[in-house]
Design a protein around this ligand. Structure first.
Ligand code: HAM
Length: 425
């Protein structure tokens, strides 16, 4: 038997109902905040992620699906390509490529789609997973650096989680400083690590030299007591970063957004500056981060673009759906009616009624006349329909149908004219 590849999975009904419900709801919220959809390619040049996300991150150094793409024609070059492990680098590449900053306006962009990381699969962690993300980016003259944008993004996130019905999350917030404060912090980390790095894993030893901030991402249990004692970035923020963070927090307080500061949270991507955040959820076990994000004021320049500060996030949709399932959230739009043709020649009348109801926006499915009535009722129940509607010769003649409410068992005759109101009442 040929099976799905390890770390990938089939999303099947009825689970896909919940996925689609989430997609519909988040699109509505994005629209309310004036975000517009962007769709970038599933693969990009490897260089984009190396320069954007950072060579020393776990994502780039261990987890990318990368291949050598051979030239197929004289006009093509051999190049290395990578399935996108995240979408911020792709969005910023598109922003630069299409000169989206020329309008002088803030670009508010969202995306929903698959990402790929070669991680060890477990519950909530897959090699193909889905993100719902958004980025707000633009020239500084558009106000893209302002703390109020950070607060607005977090406020929208809470609206998104409310719209899908997620409860019981915690928002962790931090500031990771900027290019000005990073050198002093890196230096402090190197000094603190100098005496202890020999006791740490190979990655940490290397990262102490190449990118000491990444030591804080290490998951090796034996390294944790050492990492716990390392200097905190909060003590190395420069005046500008400290003031920016204070303002973000003050605006969040005004908007009544609850959060906890977590000074250990640096996030696993190199492009972050200043505000970073994660939302966790108790139902998710070890993979508890349902979403993460932050500011990336230097990313555009890092990959060859103009100055274009930005901030964004990505929700792990797989994890969001798992958390919703754990709290038994159901997709709102269930099957309303199951139309049951009764007797020879009734299929077409049943289909006609179903067509009329569907045109009115009712979710309807149809049985066929070869089913006995008992089997049709059983099927209606298995499908989770609220009503069964019987279409027999008498009903067609009278233009009125026997409508059974499946839970209560109550059956009523309802005329065609009154049917829609009856089903929705
Ligand atoms: P990230 O923290 O790497 O950030 O990923 C965001 C979310 O994607 C995580 O919190 C998690 O819910 C989900 N996720 C990540 N890896 C997996 C996996 N292997 N399986 C299932 N879910 C996963 C980013 O990707 C940034 N681009 C977010 C961002 C946007 N920052 C600024 N703008």
């Amino acid at each position: 038997m040929i099976k799905a590849v390890r770390g990938t999975r089939d999303l099947l009904p009825p689970d896909t109902e919940l996925w689609n419900f989430v997609d519909r709801r988040v699109r509505q919220v994005f629209a309310r905040y004036n975000y517009h959809e962007i769709r970038t390619p599933i693969f990009e040049t490897t260089e984009l992620f190396c320069r954007g996300v950072g060579e020393e991150t776990d994502i780039v150094s261990k987890e990318m699906f990368t291949w050598e793409d051979k030239a197929r024609a004289a006009s093509e070059k051999t190049q290395t390509l990578t399935l996108r492990p995240e979408n911020t680098a792709g969005v910023v590449r598109a922003y630069i490529e299409h000169e989206m900053g020329r309008s002088g306006l803030l670009q508010k962009l969202y995306y929903i789609g698959p990402q790929f990381r070669r991680e060890r699969p477990q519950k909530g962690r897959y090699r193909q997973f889905y993100q719902i993300g958004a980025e707000i980016i633009g020239p500084p003259s558009a106000g893209s650096e302002l703390p109020m944008r950070d607060a607005e993004v977090l406020d929208m996130l809470i609206a998104l989680l409310d719209a899908v019905g997620l409860k019981g999350w915690t928002l962790y917030l931090n500031s990771v400083g900027c290019v000005n404060c990073r050198p002093a912090y890196n230096q402090a980390l190197r000094e603190a690590l100098a005496g202890v790095k020999d006791q740490m894993c190979g990655d940490c030893q290397r990262r102490t030299e190449t990118n000491p901030l990444r030591v804080l991402d290490c998951k090796v249990p034996a390294d944790q007591p050492i990492i716990e004692k390392l200097p905190k970035i909060a003590d190395y923020l420069d005046e500008g970063c400290r003031e920016h963070f204070a303002q973000v927090r003050a605006i969040l307080d005004t908007l009544q957004v609850p959060y906890q500061v977590n000074e250990r949270m640096v996030r696993g991507l190199d492009y972050y500056t200043r505000t970073t955040f994660e939302f966790t959820h108790g139902e998710l076990g070890s993979q508890s981060a349902v979403l993460g994000g932050g500011r990336y004021d230097g990313l555009s320049e890092q990959i060859g673009g103009p100055k274009a500060p930005g901030i964004g996030f990505a929700i792990g949709e797989d994890r969001l759906v798992l958390a919703l399932q754990a709290q038994r959230q159901e997709a709102a739009e269930a099957l309303k009616a199951f139309v049951i043709p009764l007797g020879t020649g009734m299929n077409r009348h049943a289909l006609k009624l179903a067509k009329e109801l569907r045109a009115e926006g009712v979710t309807v499915d149809v049985s066929d006349e070869s089913f006995r009535l008992k089997k049709s009722f059983e099927t209606a129940e298995k499908l989770g329909a609220t009503f069964a509607i019987i279409v027999g010769e008498n009903e067609v003649e009278a233009d009125a149908f026997a409508v059974k409410h499946l839970k209560s068992g109550e059956q009523t005759k309802v005329s065609r004219a009154e049917l829609l109101g009856y089903l929705e009442g």
